[in-house]
Design a protein around this ligand. Structure first.
Ligand SMILES: Cc1cc2nc3c(=O)[nH]c(=O)nc-3n(C[C@H](O)[C@H](O)[C@H](O)COP(=O)(O)OP(=O)(O)OC[C@H]3O[C@@H](n4cnc5c(N)ncnc54)[C@H](O)[C@@H]3O)c2cc1C
Length: 138
């Protein structure tokens, strides 16, 4: 991801700030303030986990910079979750409607028997967890 996702004014401010923050980048400081303010990778914060059944849950996620809220029904998102120091990626269909909520997305995960990440998403991820996201293809 590049800073092309940012509004023009913010891009200019980043360039100007880089003069003062070298050798670190402005992003390094911004990330200390808010982990969702990354232009290097798309991130999201889990804000709510709603238990649907004993083995399924809906995760409501607030995406950070770079998410455009123009996804369509049927599209899926990549989600990367850190478990014991390693990121594990899986795909999940988007269950939220961008016309209704332009701040959050949601996915519904069914924990698979012996499944590694689905079980973790249903049982082990709580509000506040920061995840990586991959934009829906297309
Ligand atoms: C485009 C797309 C959209 C998707 N949308 C959704 C969605 O909306 N909701 C959803 O819940 N899932 C969805 N999936 C599936 C999801 O991406 C994951 O594959 C699923 O959650 C299982 O991940 P896991 O890490 O738990 O399983 P993994 O650990 O990767 O295991 C994969 C499979 O192998 C089986 N397995 C693993 N270990 C063993 C073992 N020792 N013995 C027997 N079986 C074993 C698991 O049960 C599982 O079925 C989607 C997949 C794609 C490609």
């Amino acid at each position: 991801m590049t800073d092309a996702v940012l509004p023009k004014g913010l891009r200019r401010a980043r360039k100007a700030a880089a003069r003062f923050t070298t050798p670190l980048l402005p992003d390094d400081y911004l990330l200390l303030l808010n982990p969702l303010w990354s232009v290097r990778e798309l991130r999201g914060r889990v804000v709510k986990v709603v238990a649907e059944t004993a083995d399924a849950a809906t995760l409501v996620i607030r995406p950070g910079l770079g998410w455009s809220f123009d996804h369509r029904a049927g599209q899926y998102v990549g989600i990367g979750v850190e478990v014991e120091g390693r990121f594990h990626w899986r795909s999940y269909s988007l269950t939220s409607e961008p016309r209704r909520d332009r701040r959050h997305i949601s996915i519904t995960v069914k924990a698979m028997p012996e499944g590694f990440l689905s079980r973790h998403l249903v049982d082990g991820v709580g509000p506040g967890t920061v995840v990586r996201l991959a934009l829906p293809p297309g």
